[in-house]
Write a protein that binds this ligand. Structure first.
Ligand SMILES: [Mg+2]
Length: 322
C-alpha cells in the first residue's frame, strides 16, 4: 500500500492524519524524511533524544523514526526509555541507522523496535516501511478501541477508565493543573430491575450513559462504565468547583429524562447519586487515592438520602508514594 492510500484509510477510520516523530541530530536527514512524509502525515521533529522523549509523551505519535547516533541520549536508550513507560510503550519505533551489521539489526529488534531503515535514505523503502507500520498501528488502535468499549452502553469500560486515568494524571501533573473525578451511581437500581425487568434496566443504563456523554462538552473529558450501574467521569484541567457544577448538571439531566421508577424511595423518576473529588496530581502520588476519595463522597451522597451530589471540601493534598 502506498503512503497516499494510508492517509485515506486513517482519515476514514481514525478521522485524523497519522502523527510521525522524526528524531535525528542532523537537520538535513530530518528534511529528507519530512519531504517524503510531510504531505501525508503530521510530522514532529526532534534533534536530540531528550526532545524525542518529551514529544512522545506529549503527542503520543503513531510512529517514531529514530536515529541511533545522537549526542545527548542515543537512539537505543531513547527506545529503552519509551518502551519502559506504559504511556509510550505501544508507540512503534523504526530505527534509522547508518550501521547495517546484523548485530545492529538484532539489537534494534531486541530493544522492541518494529523495523529499521538504513542510511542513506531510499525513498521507496521509507514509504513502504512507514506505510506498513502505519497500517498495523491503525489496525491495532481500532482493535484496542473496540476492546475498551462497554458493550451495552457504548461508553468506555473499566479498562478504558484505568488507561485514561493514567494518561490524564500524567498530563495534568505536567501542566500543574487539577484533575477531577465524578463518580455516579444509579439510585435503587436493583429495585428498578426487580420492578421493570432486566431488559428495561439495560435500556435505562444506556439512557444514563448517553445523558452523561452529552453533558461532557470538552473532547478530553471522558466517561466510563465503572461497574454494574456505576459510571465515572475524568475531567482534566477542571477544578473542584467546575466538576461540582458539571455533576449537578448531569444529575439534573438524568432526572429530566423522566424515566419512571415507581420502586424508588427517593423520587418517582430515576435519579443518581454523585461523588466528586479533585486534586493536583504529582508524578509520584497514587491516582487511586483520588478514586477512593470520590468513592467516599459517592457513599456519603447515598447515606445522606441519595439523588444528590457530594463533593470534598477542597482539592486535597496527595501523599507521595515514596
Ligand atoms: Mg545521528
Amino acid at each position: 500500500m502506498t503512503i497516499h492510500r494510508i492517509l485515506e484509510s486513517w482519515l476514514l477510520h481514525a478521522n485524523r492524519r497519522p502523527k510521525i516523530l522524526i528524531a535525528d541530530d542532523q537537520p538535513t536527514n530530518i528534511k529528507v524524511l519530512h519531504e517524503l512524509l510531510g504531505a501525508q502525515c503530521d510530522v514532529f521533529m526532534a534533534t536530540g533524544g531528550a526532545d524525542a522523549i518529551t514529544i512522545c509523551q506529549r503527542e503520543l505519535p503513531d510512529l517514531v523514526l529514530l536515529d541511533v547516533v545522537m549526542d545527548d541520549i542515543d537512539g537505543h536508550e531513547v527506545c529503552r526509555l519509551l518502551k519502559a513507560d506504559p504511556l509510550t510503550s505501544a508507540i512503534p519505533i523504526i530505527f534509522i541507522t547508518s550501521q547495517s551489521q546484523e548485530a545492529d539489526e538484532v539489537m534494534a529488534l531486541q530493544l522492541g523496535a518494529v523495523d529499521f531503515i538504513t542510511k542513506p535514505i531510499n525513498p521507496t523503502i521509507v514509504n513502504a516501511r512507514v506505510s506498513t507500520h502505519l497500517t498495523l498501528k491503525l489496525q491495532g488502535d481500532l482493535l484496542r478501541a473496540s476492546a475498551l468499549l462497554d458493550g451495552l452502553t457504548g461508553v468506555g469500560n473499566r479498562r478504558k477508565f484505568d488507561e485514561d486515568l493514567l494518561k490524564d494524571w500524567r498530563y495534568t501533573a505536567r501542566k500543574k493543573e487539577p484533575l477531577s473525578i465524578v463518580m455516579l451511581d444509579v439510585d435503587s437500581f436493583k429495585r428498578y430491575n426487580d420492578q421493570y425487568g432486566h431488559q428495561a434496566g439495560d435500556v435505562c443504563l444506556k439512557s444514563v450513559a448517553r445523558a452523561i456523554s452529552e453533558a461532557l462538552r470538552r473532547p478530553y473529558d471522558s466517561v466510563a462504565r465503572y461497574g454494574g450501574e456505576e459510571f465515572a467521569c475524568l475531567l482534566p484541567s477542571t477544578d473542584l468547583r467546575g466538576a461540582t457544577v458539571l455533576a449537578e448538571t448531569i444529575q439534573a439531566c438524568i432526572r429530566a429524562l423522566g424515566i419512571e421508577h415507581a420502586a424508588s424511595d427517593v423520587a418517582p423518576v430515576l435519579t443518581v447519586s454523585i461523588g466528586v473529588a479533585s486534586a493536583m496530581p504529582t508524578p509520584s502520588a497514587n491516582p487511586h487515592d483520588l478514586i477512593e476519595t470520590a468513592d467516599r463522597q459517592l457513599y456519603q451522597a447515598k447515606r445522606s438520602g441519595r439523588a444528590r451530589v457530594c463533593s470534598i471540601a477542597a482539592e486535597f493534598k496527595l501523599q507521595d508514594a515514596q
